[in-house]
Design a protein around this ligand. Structure first.
Ligand code: BTN
Length: 250
Protein backbone atom coordinates (compact mmCIF):
# COMPACT_ATOMS: atom_id res chain seq x y z
CA UNK A 1 0.00 0.00 0.00
CA UNK A 2 2.74 2.42 0.94
CA UNK A 3 4.49 1.88 -2.43
CA UNK A 4 1.25 2.31 -4.34
CA UNK A 5 0.51 5.62 -2.68
CA UNK A 6 4.09 6.72 -3.02
CA UNK A 7 3.87 6.03 -6.76
CA UNK A 8 0.69 8.10 -7.07
CA UNK A 9 1.81 11.00 -4.90
CA UNK A 10 5.55 10.60 -4.48
CA UNK A 11 6.60 13.76 -6.21
CA UNK A 12 4.72 15.85 -3.69
CA UNK A 13 5.32 13.85 -0.53
CA UNK A 14 8.79 12.39 0.11
CA UNK A 15 7.63 9.63 2.40
CA UNK A 16 4.22 7.97 2.70
CA UNK A 17 3.70 5.12 5.12
CA UNK A 18 0.48 3.13 5.48
CA UNK A 19 0.02 0.96 8.55
CA UNK A 20 -2.88 -1.29 9.50
CA UNK A 21 -3.01 -0.03 13.04
CA UNK A 22 -1.26 2.33 15.42
CA UNK A 23 -2.05 4.33 18.54
CA UNK A 24 -2.19 7.78 16.96
CA UNK A 25 -0.70 8.90 13.66
CA UNK A 26 -0.23 12.40 15.10
CA UNK A 27 1.68 11.09 18.11
CA UNK A 28 3.82 8.84 15.89
CA UNK A 29 4.82 11.64 13.54
CA UNK A 30 5.38 14.11 16.36
CA UNK A 31 7.94 11.72 17.82
CA UNK A 32 9.95 11.59 14.59
CA UNK A 33 12.51 14.05 13.31
CA UNK A 34 11.01 13.61 9.85
CA UNK A 35 11.36 15.70 6.70
CA UNK A 36 8.79 18.20 5.46
CA UNK A 37 5.56 16.60 4.15
CA UNK A 38 6.11 13.17 5.68
CA UNK A 39 2.80 11.27 5.62
CA UNK A 40 1.53 8.55 7.92
CA UNK A 41 -1.80 6.82 7.31
CA UNK A 42 -3.45 4.25 9.56
CA UNK A 43 -6.44 2.05 8.77
CA UNK A 44 -7.27 1.99 12.46
CA UNK A 45 -6.08 3.81 15.59
CA UNK A 46 -6.17 2.51 19.12
CA UNK A 47 -5.55 5.86 20.85
CA UNK A 48 -6.81 8.45 18.36
CA UNK A 49 -6.59 11.99 19.67
CA UNK A 50 -9.16 14.72 19.10
CA UNK A 51 -8.99 18.40 19.90
CA UNK A 52 -8.96 19.56 23.50
CA UNK A 53 -7.63 16.26 24.80
CA UNK A 54 -10.62 14.25 23.62
CA UNK A 55 -10.46 10.78 22.12
CA UNK A 56 -11.10 10.25 18.44
CA UNK A 57 -12.89 6.98 17.77
CA UNK A 58 -10.85 5.35 15.04
CA UNK A 59 -12.32 2.00 13.98
CA UNK A 60 -11.42 0.29 10.71
CA UNK A 61 -13.23 1.76 7.70
CA UNK A 62 -12.15 5.32 8.44
CA UNK A 63 -9.17 7.32 7.25
CA UNK A 64 -6.61 8.45 9.82
CA UNK A 65 -3.95 10.54 8.24
CA UNK A 66 -1.22 12.88 9.45
CA UNK A 67 1.23 15.07 7.58
CA UNK A 68 4.32 16.57 9.17
CA UNK A 69 5.09 20.02 7.82
CA UNK A 70 8.15 22.19 8.21
CA UNK A 71 6.52 25.13 6.49
CA UNK A 72 9.23 27.66 7.19
CA UNK A 73 6.71 30.45 7.59
CA UNK A 74 5.97 32.81 10.41
CA UNK A 75 4.07 31.16 13.27
CA UNK A 76 1.16 33.61 13.04
CA UNK A 77 0.24 32.11 9.68
CA UNK A 78 0.18 28.54 10.91
CA UNK A 79 -3.54 28.58 11.88
CA UNK A 80 -4.31 28.77 8.19
CA UNK A 81 -3.01 25.24 7.77
CA UNK A 82 -6.00 23.92 9.65
CA UNK A 83 -8.37 25.98 7.51
CA UNK A 84 -6.72 24.59 4.37
CA UNK A 85 -7.43 21.12 5.69
CA UNK A 86 -11.13 22.02 5.94
CA UNK A 87 -11.22 23.19 2.34
CA UNK A 88 -9.30 20.08 1.20
CA UNK A 89 -11.90 17.94 2.97
CA UNK A 90 -14.81 19.76 1.30
CA UNK A 91 -13.16 19.32 -2.11
CA UNK A 92 -12.52 15.64 -1.39
CA UNK A 93 -16.13 15.03 -0.38
CA UNK A 94 -17.29 16.82 -3.56
CA UNK A 95 -15.08 14.62 -5.70
CA UNK A 96 -16.97 11.61 -4.35
CA UNK A 97 -20.30 13.29 -5.00
CA UNK A 98 -20.95 14.37 -1.42
CA UNK A 99 -21.84 17.94 -0.54
CA UNK A 100 -20.13 19.03 2.65
CA UNK A 101 -19.39 22.25 4.49
CA UNK A 102 -16.98 23.37 7.19
CA UNK A 103 -17.92 24.38 10.67
CA UNK A 104 -15.26 26.94 11.53
CA UNK A 105 -12.45 26.26 11.97
CA UNK A 106 -12.30 22.80 10.50
CA UNK A 107 -15.00 20.26 11.31
CA UNK A 108 -16.40 18.70 8.15
CA UNK A 109 -20.20 18.78 8.20
CA UNK A 110 -22.42 16.61 6.07
CA UNK A 111 -26.10 17.28 6.61
CA UNK A 112 -25.31 19.04 9.88
CA UNK A 113 -23.37 16.11 11.35
CA UNK A 114 -19.62 15.74 11.71
CA UNK A 115 -17.80 13.50 9.26
CA UNK A 116 -14.23 14.62 9.88
CA UNK A 117 -12.08 16.50 12.35
CA UNK A 118 -8.68 18.13 12.15
CA UNK A 119 -6.03 18.33 14.85
CA UNK A 120 -2.97 20.49 14.20
CA UNK A 121 -0.16 20.34 16.70
CA UNK A 122 3.16 22.17 16.87
CA UNK A 123 5.36 19.25 17.85
CA UNK A 124 8.61 21.23 17.84
CA UNK A 125 9.61 24.76 16.83
CA UNK A 126 8.81 25.16 13.15
CA UNK A 127 7.14 21.75 12.92
CA UNK A 128 3.40 21.24 12.54
CA UNK A 129 1.71 17.86 12.52
CA UNK A 130 -1.65 18.08 10.77
CA UNK A 131 -3.94 15.17 11.59
CA UNK A 132 -7.17 14.43 9.79
CA UNK A 133 -9.73 11.81 10.78
CA UNK A 134 -12.42 11.15 8.19
CA UNK A 135 -15.23 8.63 8.51
CA UNK A 136 -15.49 7.01 5.09
CA UNK A 137 -17.64 3.87 5.11
CA UNK A 138 -20.78 3.09 7.11
CA UNK A 139 -20.45 4.44 10.62
CA UNK A 140 -19.92 1.77 13.28
CA UNK A 141 -22.06 2.07 16.42
CA UNK A 142 -18.90 2.56 18.49
CA UNK A 143 -18.38 6.07 17.11
CA UNK A 144 -19.66 8.50 19.71
CA UNK A 145 -20.92 12.07 19.26
CA UNK A 146 -18.10 14.39 18.37
CA UNK A 147 -16.81 17.47 20.13
CA UNK A 148 -19.41 20.17 20.57
CA UNK A 149 -22.11 17.55 20.75
CA UNK A 150 -22.33 17.21 16.99
CA UNK A 151 -23.71 13.86 15.92
CA UNK A 152 -21.18 11.83 13.97
CA UNK A 153 -21.65 10.91 10.35
CA UNK A 154 -19.63 9.56 7.48
CA UNK A 155 -18.84 10.30 3.86
CA UNK A 156 -20.91 7.18 3.33
CA UNK A 157 -19.20 6.05 0.17
CA UNK A 158 -18.10 2.58 -0.83
CA UNK A 159 -14.60 3.55 -1.90
CA UNK A 160 -11.26 2.17 -0.71
CA UNK A 161 -9.99 4.35 2.11
CA UNK A 162 -6.67 4.81 0.35
CA UNK A 163 -8.38 6.23 -2.75
CA UNK A 164 -9.91 8.85 -0.49
CA UNK A 165 -6.43 9.45 0.96
CA UNK A 166 -4.99 10.07 -2.51
CA UNK A 167 -7.66 12.66 -3.29
CA UNK A 168 -7.29 14.34 0.08
CA UNK A 169 -3.50 14.51 -0.16
CA UNK A 170 -3.72 15.86 -3.71
CA UNK A 171 -6.11 18.63 -2.68
CA UNK A 172 -4.08 19.37 0.43
CA UNK A 173 -0.95 19.67 -1.66
CA UNK A 174 -2.57 22.06 -4.12
CA UNK A 175 -3.90 24.27 -1.34
CA UNK A 176 -0.87 24.11 0.88
CA UNK A 177 1.63 24.80 -1.92
CA UNK A 178 -0.35 27.87 -2.96
CA UNK A 179 -0.57 29.04 0.64
CA UNK A 180 3.10 28.48 1.37
CA UNK A 181 4.24 29.66 -2.03
CA UNK A 182 6.18 32.76 -2.77
CA UNK A 183 3.42 34.48 -4.71
CA UNK A 184 3.96 37.41 -2.36
CA UNK A 185 0.43 37.12 -1.02
CA UNK A 186 0.59 35.54 2.42
CA UNK A 187 -3.16 34.87 2.37
CA UNK A 188 -4.10 33.76 -1.12
CA UNK A 189 -7.36 35.54 -1.76
CA UNK A 190 -8.86 32.69 -3.76
CA UNK A 191 -8.42 30.46 -0.77
CA UNK A 192 -10.10 32.90 1.57
CA UNK A 193 -13.04 33.19 -0.83
CA UNK A 194 -13.30 29.42 -1.16
CA UNK A 195 -13.18 28.93 2.59
CA UNK A 196 -15.91 31.53 3.08
CA UNK A 197 -18.10 29.93 0.47
CA UNK A 198 -17.96 26.51 2.10
CA UNK A 199 -18.13 27.72 5.70
CA UNK A 200 -21.38 26.85 7.45
CA UNK A 201 -20.66 29.11 10.44
CA UNK A 202 -20.72 32.54 8.79
CA UNK A 203 -23.96 34.41 9.32
CA UNK A 204 -25.04 32.08 12.11
CA UNK A 205 -25.87 32.83 15.71
CA UNK A 206 -23.13 31.17 17.70
CA UNK A 207 -22.24 30.43 21.26
CA UNK A 208 -18.50 30.19 21.59
CA UNK A 209 -16.99 28.65 24.67
CA UNK A 210 -13.55 30.15 24.98
CA UNK A 211 -10.76 29.13 27.28
CA UNK A 212 -11.64 32.22 29.36
CA UNK A 213 -15.40 32.70 29.05
CA UNK A 214 -18.41 32.44 26.79
CA UNK A 215 -19.26 34.63 23.83
CA UNK A 216 -22.71 34.73 22.26
CA UNK A 217 -23.38 36.56 19.03
CA UNK A 218 -23.42 36.39 15.28
CA UNK A 219 -20.48 35.12 13.26
CA UNK A 220 -20.22 38.07 10.91
CA UNK A 221 -17.06 37.44 8.94
CA UNK A 222 -13.79 35.66 8.58
CA UNK A 223 -10.74 37.88 8.69
CA UNK A 224 -7.78 37.52 6.41
CA UNK A 225 -5.73 35.77 9.07
CA UNK A 226 -8.41 33.11 9.52
CA UNK A 227 -9.90 34.47 12.72
CA UNK A 228 -13.66 34.53 13.13
CA UNK A 229 -15.34 37.82 13.97
CA UNK A 230 -18.35 37.51 16.28
CA UNK A 231 -20.65 40.47 16.95
CA UNK A 232 -22.30 40.36 20.36
CA UNK A 233 -25.72 41.71 21.36
CA UNK A 234 -24.36 45.18 22.02
CA UNK A 235 -22.78 45.40 18.59
CA UNK A 236 -19.22 44.89 19.77
CA UNK A 237 -17.02 42.77 17.58
CA UNK A 238 -14.74 40.10 18.98
CA UNK A 239 -12.12 38.15 17.08
CA UNK A 240 -11.88 34.49 17.91
CA UNK A 241 -8.82 32.40 17.08
CA UNK A 242 -9.17 28.72 16.34
CA UNK A 243 -6.92 27.83 19.25
CA UNK A 244 -9.14 29.59 21.81
CA UNK A 245 -12.37 27.80 21.02
CA UNK A 246 -13.52 25.04 23.27
CA UNK A 247 -16.97 24.65 21.70
CA UNK A 248 -18.79 26.52 19.02
CA UNK A 249 -22.51 25.93 18.74
CA UNK A 250 -25.14 27.31 16.46
C1 BTN B 1 -11.28 16.67 16.35
O1 BTN B 1 -11.36 16.58 17.58
O2 BTN B 1 -12.22 17.07 15.67
C2 BTN B 1 -9.99 16.32 15.64
C3 BTN B 1 -9.87 14.86 15.34
C4 BTN B 1 -8.55 14.53 14.64
C5 BTN B 1 -8.36 13.04 14.45
C6 BTN B 1 -7.16 12.71 13.62
S1 BTN B 1 -7.14 11.02 13.09
C7 BTN B 1 -5.50 11.20 12.50
C8 BTN B 1 -4.77 12.03 13.53
N1 BTN B 1 -4.25 11.18 14.60
C9 BTN B 1 -4.84 11.45 15.77
O3 BTN B 1 -4.60 10.84 16.84
N2 BTN B 1 -5.75 12.43 15.63
C10 BTN B 1 -5.79 12.92 14.26
Amino acid sequence: DSELLQARLGRRYPSITVVDRTGSTNADLAALDAPDRTVLIAREQTAGQGRRGRDWSSPGGGLYLSVLYRPGISPDRVPWLTLLAGVALVRTAASFGVEARVKWPNDLLIGGAKAAGVLAEASAPGVVVLGIGLNVGPLPESVRPGPGGLPPTSLGVDVPVLDVAVTLLTELDALESAWRGDSGDPYPSGLLAEYRSCCATLGQEVRVELTDGVLVGTAVRLDQDGTLVVRDGSGREHTVSAGDVVHLRP
